[in-house]
Design a protein around this ligand. Structure first.
Ligand code: SF4
Ligand code: SF4
Length: 172
């Protein structure tokens, strides 16, 4: 698989974000049957094109949401207590979500572009960019639309969803 040109995808996402977001919102309004199959076909096509190991934007510039048990698990792995780990790396936002204090993530190796706690990483990381979700329509506004400029895979996935919805569901 070709190495990703991340700046190119970021520029492409900014250029297309308005139109793609409008299309996603149209899908949310219409809620067509068969949407999950479309998202999963688009998912398969996306992972044929995108190699995350040549990107790493999510680990480099975004934060996962941590659960307490995940903090406990990773802190123990690092030889730290829960409180030590929390104080050093995390904070709680206004919604009560526990997030990383800084970017890149403390477990991201910027040379190898790999996660150093891959097997122990939070569920939020393991599930990102959330293409498997069955509540696609509920995730458009807060997750998929804003993630297009940050995540090349999300951009390619949304583009594919548009193409498939236009041809298979006749939503223009
Ligand atoms: S825990 Fe690993 S996968 Fe999650 S953001 Fe940090 S480096 Fe990335
Ligand atoms: S999930 Fe998206 S942002 Fe993260 S490495 Fe893959 S393409 Fe890049």
């Amino acid at each position: 698989m070709e190495k990703l040109n991340v700046p190119y995808y970021t520029r492409r996402a900014h250029a297309k974000k308005k139109a793609l977001t409008a299309y996603l919102k149209k899908l949310v309004r219409k809620k067509p049957a068969g949407m999950y199959a479309i998202t999963q076909e688009a998912r398969t096509e996306t992972w044929k094109k995108i190699d995350c190991t040549s990107c790493g934007n999510c680990c480099n510039s975004m934060t996962p949401t941590w659960t307490k048990s995940e903090i406990k698990r990773v802190a123990a792995h690092m030889g730290m207590t829960y409180d030590e780990y929390y104080e050093k790396y995390l904070y709680t936002d206004d919604n009560g979500d526990i997030m990383n204090d800084n970017t890149p993530c403390q477990h991201y190796n910027t040379d190898t572009r790999l996660c150093t706690i891959y097997e122990l990483r939070p569920k939020d990381c393991a599930e990102f960019p959330h293409f498997h979700r069955k509540d696609f329509f509920d995730q458009v506004e807060d997750v998929f639309a804003p993630n297009m400029p940050r995540c090349p895979a999300t951009l390619v996935w949304v583009e594919k969803i548009q193409e498939l919805s236009q041809t298979k569901l006749k939503i223009k």
